[in-house]
Design a protein around this ligand. Structure first.
Ligand SMILES: *Cc1c(COP(=O)(O)O)cnc(C)c1O
Length: 494
């Protein structure tokens, strides 16, 4: 089989190092070929067909040879993957990734550093901390700020709200679980659903999230916020946190942070800014002002895997005051015994909801050291400009209707010729999107605004051009008008 010497273990050790170098070259070449040649963003495979092919694999019968495994991965995964770098991909908040970050990701996986304690990470901990200080600095948070990398915006929001819960209970002298039912979290209807996930996990009631009204651009209305806070106070309820959003997922709306911060200060309410999407604005050369006021936040979520062009996962939660991390701190004798003072060992697990954790920060490190923050900011500015340009194309189109002028890099619109009524439009736009995904030729998202179906382009690829997107719009129009004809035929038949 493998000759007379001891068979290689298949593990990445001194003996396996050579094989690793060869295999990763092969794997990289394979991905490079698909990246260069992907004719469409998606193959259009269906869940049923995908299941048939995948479930045929007998996991109890290994292939053994790494080359065969790679070939199988190509057949099952790469051929039917969704390619975010393709100019026809414009569905969700997925970015084409920085090459330097991908290489860093491989590197961190190979070393397999774990970020929970200093004795499993060494300098990786210091590098992560340096990046968090840099982020806090860019946001304008004070020197006593702190933070930690997480697996995503959902985790970062949950973390921030766990800290806010501890802070609120401490402030009102409340106890767990006794006083949980009195806690409220304020957010707009455009805020991310993870706010609901988090309040649920944190044991707050089903009615814990209080909706704050927005203006016509879907930004939080600070006067409505004041009214809600007064109402809660009168009712004897405790506003545990206000979640402002810097870049809502659908419309890219940035809540007026400076005015909201003022209100929060006046009422003594924890201000969490969910900048999962808009966080990248901290590097923007022309749009940084949209984040004005974020420096007054008590906590902030930033998803580097959205507007910093990082591979999944890379996110961070920042807190204004390092001491507030005590609300999520637990000590284990075998891992991170309580140890304070100037010589304390820096254990990141002391402020993390995860224990074993990847060195995801290395990706951002390598990106900043390669492209620089200005390079990242220029790419974000480019996709925001692109959104404005394609919005103009849509506004000028007879059959398409622009919902609103874009605020960041999303464009919400629908196919809306005047011969279809509102219910027909919902159905036709849904069908157009379904047909488009099935064709694999372009990917756009479907959403609902004011109870109506809309299509959405989420732009994070700075290499995509207006012409690319005009082609995507042609496909949308083609599928939608076919669906519209069907609708009319069915009506006439029925
Ligand atoms: C994407 C997003 C999240 C969730 O982040 P994940 O990384 O997907 O968990 C939270 N809030 C906003 C505003 C987002 O756009």
């Amino acid at each position: 089989m493998l000759g007379t010497s001891a068979p290689p273990s298949g593990l990445l050790d001194a003996e396996g190092a050579q094989e690793y170098a060869q295999l990763s070259t092969q794997a990289a070449a394979l991905v490079a070929r698909h990246l260069a040649q992907a004719p469409t963003p998606f193959s259009g495979t269906t869940p049923a067909s995908s299941r048939r092919r995948v479930e045929r694999v007998d996991l109890d019968r290994p292939l053994g040879r790494p080359e065969e495994v790679l070939a199988e991965v190509e057949r099952l995964y790469l051929r039917d993957a969704v390619w975010f770098h393709h100019p026809g991909y414009a569905a969700h908040l997925n970015c084409p990734v920085a090459t330097s970050a991908v290489v860093a990701d491989q590197l961190a996986s190979a070393v397999n550093t774990s970020m929970d304690t200093w004795d499993q990470s060494g300098t990786a901990t210091t590098m992560e901390r340096h990046l968090l200080s840099w982020t806090a600095g860019r946001l304008g948070l004070p020197a006593r700020a702190d933070g930690v990398f997480t697996s995503g915006g959902t985790a970062s929001n949950t973390h921030a709200l766990a800290v806010a819960r501890g802070h609120a209970l401490e402030t009102v002298g409340g106890r767990l679980p006794h006083d949980l039912h009195r806690l409220r979290v304020l957010a707009t209807a455009d805020g991310h659903f993870s706010v609901h996930t988090a309040t649920h996990l944190l044991g707050l009631g089903d009615d814990a999230v209080v909706e704050v009204a927005t203006d016509e651009r879907h930004r939080m209305d600070p006067d409505a916020l004041v009214a809600e806070l007064v109402r809660l106070e009168t009712a004897g309820l405790v506003p545990m946190a206000l979640v402002a959003t810097a870049g809502t997922t659908d419309l890219g709306a940035v809540d007026p942070l400076a005015r909201i911060a003022q209100v929060c200060r006046a009422f003594g309410v924890w201000l969490h800014v969910d900048a999962a999407y808009g966080g990248g604005l901290m590097t923007s050369l022309r749009r940084r002002h949209l984040l004005d006021g974020i420096e007054r936040a008590d906590s902030v979520t930033v998803d580097f895997h959205k507007t910093f062009f990082q591979p999944v996962a890379s996110s961070a939660v920042l807190v204004r005051d390092a001491a507030s991390m005590r609300h999520v701190r637990h000590h284990a004798a075998y891992l991170n015994p309580a140890d304070e003072g100037p010589d304390a060992v820096p254990n990141q697990v002391d402020k993390s909801l995860q224990t074993t954790r990847r060195f995801d920060a290395l990706k951002l490190w390598c990106t900043l050291r390669t492209l620089g923050a200005d390079g990242v900011g220029a790419m974000l500015d480019a996709v925001c400009d692109l959104a404005s340009e394609v919005a103009r194309v849509i506004a000028d189109d007879r059959d398409l209707e622009l919902y609103q002028r874009p605020q960041l890099s999303t464009v919400v619109f629908r196919y809306a010729p005047d011969w279809l009524d509102e219910d027909a439009l919902d159905e036709v736009n849904r069908q157009a999107r379904r047909a488009l995904v099935a064709s694999g030729r372009a990917m756009v998202a479907l959403t609902e605004i004011d109870g109506r179906a809309y299509l959405k382009l989420t732009l994070l690829n700075p290499a995509t051009t207006v012409a690319d997107l005009a082609a995507v719009l042609d496909l949308v129009r083609e599928h939608a008008s076919a669906a519209g004809d069907c609708w009319v035929d069915e009506r006439q038949a029925g």
